[in-house]
Write a protein that binds this ligand. Sequence first.
Ligand SMILES: [Mn+2]
Length: 332
Amino acid sequence: MFPSCPPEVLDLLRAAGEVIIIGHKDPDGDCLYSTLALAELLRGMGKSCLTVNSGPFDKPETASAAPSFVTSVGDEVYSRDPLLVVLDCSSMDRTGDALDAAKAGKLRTVIIDHHASFEQSSAASYRVPQSISTTLLILQIARQLGAELTKGFARYVLRGFLTDSGCFRFLGKDQGDQLMMVADLIGRFGLSINFECESLFSHDDRRSCIWLSRLLGRTAWCCGGSVALSYVTEEDIREFDGIASPSSDYYARVMKVEGIKVAVLLRFEDENSTSIGLRSTHMSNFDVGSLAQNFPRRISGGGHFHAAGGLMGVGLEQAVPVIIGALEAALG
Ligand SMILES: [Mn+2]
C-alpha cells in the first residue's frame, strides 16, 4: 500500500487560495513535472498557482517544460500570503534563488518529497522515501482529495515517473504498488510509454552518434570477455564540447554482448586524474559499488551495486592497467 498523505497537508492545500509551487534548482523531469501536476490539480480546484524554478532547464527532459515556469517572484505575490509548496527536495536551501528567502520563510509551507535524507523542519510534510518519483505523491494527494483526474495531469505524473524510474528499469521488486498506480493511469487515459519517453529524452545532438561510435570502436574486452572498457579522451571533450556524453548508451550497448559482466568507461579529467564509471549487468550479480570504494589510487568513489564511479589520482594511460588489475582480481 502506498503511504497516505497526512491530513494536515491536505487541509492546507484545500484551504489555500493562492499557491507558490517550487522544486529544487538544477531540476530534473520529476521535479518539474511534479510541480506541473500539482498546479494542474489545484487549478482544477479553483486555486491560483505560480509554478517556479531557479533552473537551469538544460536536461533533455526539462527544456520543453521551461516555458511553464517563472524564475523569480514579485513582492506583490508574497504580500498576498500564498501557501508555499516545496517539492522533490526537503528544504528551501535547495530551491536556488528564485524566491526571496526572507519573505518565503514567513509563508505557511508544505514539503512533498521522496528523498531518503531530509532536514528537520517545522513545516507540514508528506515524505515517502520508498516512492520512485515525487509525481506519485502528487497522484496519491489527488486520490485523497477525490479530484477528477485529467489526461494532462496523468501525463505529468507519468513523465516524472519515467524520469526517475529510468523508463521503468529502476523499479524495484517491492514497488509493485507504484507500478499499478502508473499502469492505471496509462490504461485509463490511453497514454503511450514510447511517445512520452521519446518526447522526454530524444533531444540529443546528432554528433553524439559519432562520439558513441568512437567509444564503441575503442572498446577493449578483458577478463575473458567479461569486461568491456573504453575511454573519453581530452580530444573528445574538446571536439564534442556542449554535447551530453553518450555514456548511458555506451553501457547499454556493450552490456548486450554475450558473457559481459562489467562495463567500464574512463574519462580524461586532467594529467593526474581520471574519472571512472562502472556498470554491472543484473545477471552478473557483481557489486561495482564496493569495487569503486576499494580502488587503488582512489580519490573518491562509491555508489550502488550495479552502477558506481569515482575519481582516480592518475592520468588516463596509467588508470587503464590499474582498473584491469582490480577487475581481474575481483572477477577471478
Ligand atoms: Mn525526484
